[in-house]
Design a protein around this ligand. Sequence first.
Ligand code: SAM
Length: 257
Amino acid sequence: MNRESVVAKKKFGQNFLKDESVLRKIVEAMPKNDNKVVEIGPGLGDLTKFLVDVKSVEAFEVDTDLCKLLQNTFEEEIITKRLHLHCGDVLEAWKNTLIDEPYDLVANLPYYIATNIILKALADPMCKNILVMVQLEVAEKFCATSGEKVFGSLGIIAQSVGEAKIVTKVPPTAFDPQPKIDSAVFLIQKSRDRSDKAFEDMLRVAFTQPRKTLMKNLSSKYEKAKLQEAFKELDLTLTIRPHQVSTKDYHQLYKMI
Ligand code: SAM
């Protein structure tokens, strides 16, 4: 099998990035450090080629056909240990950490599991930075700040561990086959560990009905008197909506209730 005969498999979310200017932008946006790079879904290896030039790479690819192709394309890099190729489902390989040393995740992610992968990387203590291509809507949720309509639990979780920003938006024409939606590359630079599960449970309750007031959502699970006291102390009005509250206030609220 050669790369010309590859037919993209929908079930694995295969949209290959063809635009070299976007590949270059991804590499330019990589944080400068000595961390390893983990690439999830190297596909035909177009991004991988750029990555092995600057870092040593651990790549995880689920598609056995593509894995064979990659083994041929990167024969030399595999021998010299510049590239370590893991063939199989990355989610099955991922226990507490994905690899046993500090790494940055750099990838054009399969969109059907992108959010799940990012949340796992945020929780993985060995993962230090996340630079990924996902659908634009998901990137905007992770990068949103308080007051924006799309601000929700993903933005709060990202802000709780560090800083998130969009690097570049990418149109469907950059891919083959072309997806139906716009995409974006975004970067999360982690400076703290991910918040605990109970905090994230509270966020889920806070955003159950995003258009309703925060007080209404939270009172479905938490004691109303305690909530009223906490709102008063934090100067939050009883009519405030979940997306209008800052990440800092969510953390305070969590401590109080
Ligand atoms: N990196 C390539 C590029 O930029 O052209 C391919 C990106 S494509 C959007 C997503 C890749 O992730 C595909 O190669 C697909 O086979 C792979 N993939 C999908 N699900 C996966 C999983 N569970 N574990 C590892 N790789 C997976």
